[in-house]
Structure formats: structure tokens, C-alpha cells
Ligand binder design. Structure first.
Ligand SMILES: [Zn+2]
Length: 402
């Protein structure tokens, strides 16, 4: 409780980013489910005792590397129960009512996962030159390994969200590990940004359930952001070929054709695309098709700007004042004083409408359908985590930079 007392002593007036800087010793890069801070555990235990965090067992990983629930486990999501490894998408396909996965009509949510990486600066420079905001869901490990790229992102006015510490299937972790994956990524963003506390997160592979979702919300006040279009851009390797076998783009031309198809498609609901800053090819696909997106009239924005939300729990934006009274992992009670009142209301009331179904092949990283109803037809096994190159690629790339 000492930290609460300390927080209480802090002034609630606005402070400069430097004022609120409190750095921590971060976990080693790549640590799966790093041990959380005791204060995050304390907040979690209060929420758990109050019945606000589901008690069902974590999912298991099948031999093919896909998450599934043990027999008899009911996640409580629309009454859907999975009891077989064959339901490989049952875990990962449930963007819920409290999540954001659609943009308002005519709007295009611009977001990129898995940075910061050596391939990222070209993207940041392009976005800044276009005066285009985007949300970047960062991996804690990559932040630690690429701090200069992280700073470039911040300097370019990138909106930063959480993409976990080590990029695991979050539903397969126990509660303590979930706390560590989220908390330390929040901490890294806070420490390296001068005090910003993220408000949004995106689960790797879209893999979330009500247990994971509740821990993120109850302890870190993080809102889950999904998507309703998947580019499969991660399939393209740096040489321009595909790492995905029979699905996904085979060339940058394929990727650009896919992105152009979004731009000429329906405007209701608006689009939240899944794209990555993994390689020069995935970045290039966005850059090369951006002009067409604008020509077709899309109102492209970072995720919070779609809903007129502030960017962080304790600040409206990268260069805005920081409310030093907001603590990391302080739970839902950490009401942001400097953020507009519509922030939390909108965060719990995502865009209306039924998410679009995804028609691309399901066997792709983070390529999941949007509805439980879609699950029964989504039994095609995805490749195992280790059978495609994404996680290894970014760790290797990060290692080369260091
Ligand atoms: Zn990812």
C-alpha cells in the first residue's frame, strides 16, 4: 500500500514528462510471462476477490502450436465452450462487445504491430510527412532492444499501444503471467517516453478471452483493440517472397492489391486494418497504397482519434502534459484527470455495428475471424508459433541492431 500513499502525496497538477519519469529494471528481452510487480498483483487480487476476473483455466497449446481449452472449460463467451484441439480458432476469434474492432463509417483506423524494429523508421518518416497519425502496438522486448527506434516513433508523433512483452498466446498464460506481459510493456513505454501510460492493447494473434481481457482492464485499464481487415503482410519476408506457404500475399504486388481492395470496398463499418512494421515489404505495401486510400475518401486516423479519445491514460498525446497522479496498474480507479470525459465512456462503448467477417484464409498469424458464429468454420489449423518466422524474425532483427 506504500505506493498508494506515495501516489497520494504526489501533486495532481500537470507535470512535464521528465517530472514523472520513474524508470524500472525491466525483464530480460523475450522473457515469457515475466514476474509482475507486487503492486499490480495487489490490484489484481482485489478485482479477483470481487468476482471481476473470470476463473476458468487457461487454454493449452496443441501439438501444432494452437491454443485450445481443456475439456469442459466454459469461457462464458456467448456460451461457447471449446473442448478439442480441433477448435483451434475458438480461443483467438472472440473480439467482444467491450473491444474495438470496427471504425466509424468512412473511417480507416491505421495501426501497425510488432515494432519498434529496424524496418520502422521509414514508416514513421512517411507518416509524419503525410501528417498521418497511426497506432503502433509495440512489443516490450523490441522496445528494449531498439530504444532509438522507439524514440524516433515518439518524436514522429506515433500513438503507442501495448502488444505484450514476448508476443505469446495470451490465453495460454496464467493470471500472473498475463499481468507480467502487460505490465512490463506498459512500464517500458512509460519509462522510455518520459511517463506516458498506454490506454490500448492488441493481443498477439488476436488471442484473448474474458479472463485475459478482464485482467488487462481491471488492473491496467487497457482497452483491447482488434481489427476487421487482415493484410497478412507479415507473410512477406525481407527478400520479397512469402513465408506463409499457401496463403497470404506472395509478393508485394499481392499485398498492394489486397490493400487496394480495402480502399474500394464498403465504408460501413469503417476499417481497422491489421498491418505490421516487420519488414520493408510490409511497410512498403502501406506506403505504396496510401495515396489511393486517401483518393477514395477515407478519413484515416490512429485508433483513439477514430473516437475522439485521448491517446494515453495520463495524457492527451505524445507531446501533451502528463497527469502524474495516474499510476501504472492502479486499476480502473486510476481515472485520468487530464483526459476528456468522453474517453472512458467511449472506451467501454466501442463502435456500433457487427464486425465484418474476414474472408481471407484463416491460417495466418493474427488472422482470425471476428465472431463466435464464425468459429465452427475456422478449424483449419494455423501453423505452430515456431513454424513461421515472425517472432524469430523480429528477435533476430532486434539482436542484430543491438
Ligand atoms: Zn504481433
Amino acid at each position: 500500500m506504500l505506493w498508494l500513499v506515495t501516489l497520494g502525496l504526489l501533486t495532481s497538477t500537470l507535470a512535464s514528462p521528465l517530472y514523472s519519469r520513474q524508470t524500472s529494471t525491466l525483464p530480460a528481452p523475450g522473457t515469457r510471462g515475466p514476474a509482475p510487480k507486487s503492486e499490480w498483483v495487489a490490484v489484481y487480487e482485489v478485482a479477483k476477490a470481487a468476482g471481476r476476473i473470470s476463473t476458468f483455466a487457461p487454454a493449452k497449446l496443441s501439438g501444432a502450436g494452437n491454443p485450445y481449452y481443456p475439456p469442459g472449460v466454459d469461457t462464458g463467451e456467448n456460451g461457447f465452450v471449446t473442448d478439442s484441439p480441433s477448435f483451434v480458432h475458438a480461443v483467438a476469434a472472440c473480439f467482444g462487445d467491450s473491444d474495438i474492432s470496427d471504425a466509424p463509417d468512412g473511417m480507416y483506423g491505421v495501426s501497425f504491430d510488432d515494432g519498434p524494429l529496424p524496418s520502422s523508421p521509414a514508416l514513421y518518416q512517411f507518416l509524419q510527412k503525410q501528417n498521418q497519425t497511426a497506432t503502433h502496438f509495440f512489443i516490450g522486448t523490441n522496445i528494449v532492444n531498439n530504444p532509438d527506434v522507439f524514440r524516433q516513433a515518439l518524436a514522429s508523433n506515433a500513438h503507442i499501444g501495448v502488444h505484450t512483452w514476448s508476443h505469446p498466446y495470451m490465453t495460454t498464460l496464467n493470471d500472473t503471467q498475463v499481468l507480467g506481459e502487460l505490465g512490463w510493456t506498459v512500464q517500458a513505454i512509460h519509462d522510455l517516453s518520459g511517463g506516458l501510460i498506454p490506454k490500448f492493447w492488441r493481443p498477439p494473434y488476436g488471442d484473448a478471452d474474458n479472463r485475459v481481457r478482464a485482467i488487462a482492464k481491471e488492473v491496467f485499464n487497457l482497452t483491447l483493440v482488434g481489427w476487421n481487415r487482415d493484410s497478412d503482410d507479415w507473410c512477406l519476408n525481407e527478400s520479397g517472397g512469402s513465408s506463409c506457404g499457401s496463403y497470404g500475399p506472395k509478393s508485394i504486388e499481392d499485398l498492394e492489391n489486397e490493400l487496394r481492395s480495402w480502399a474500394v470496398g464498403g465504408v460501413s463499418p469503417g476499417i481497422i486494418g491489421l498491418e505490421h512494421e516487420l519488414t520493408s515489404k510490409s511497410v512498403g505495401g502501406f506506403i505504396n497504397t496510401y495515396a489511393g486510400l486517401k483518393q477514395h475518401g477515407w478519413d484515416a486516423r490512429c485508433i483513439p482519434d477514430l473516437f475522439d479519445l485521448s491517446w494515453y491514460l495520463n495524457s492527451p498525446g505524445d507531446s501533451q502534459p502528463i497527469d502524474s497522479s495516474v499510476g501504472i496498474g492502479a486499476g480502473l480507479s486510476s481515472s485520468p484527470a487530464t483526459t476528456s470525459s468522453n474517453l472512458d465512456a467511449a472506451a467501454t462503448t466501442p463502435s456500433p455495428g457487427t464486425p465484418s467477417s474476414v474472408t481471407s484464409p484463416v491460417a495466418a498469424v493474427e488472422s482470425v475471424s471476428q465472431t463466435v458464429q464464425h468459429l465452427a468454420s475456422s478449424a483449419t489449423p494455423r501453423p505452430a508459433f515456431s513454424s513461421f518466422s515472425v517472432p524469430l524474425a523480429f528477435f533476430v532483427a532486434a539482436g542484430l541492431l543491438a
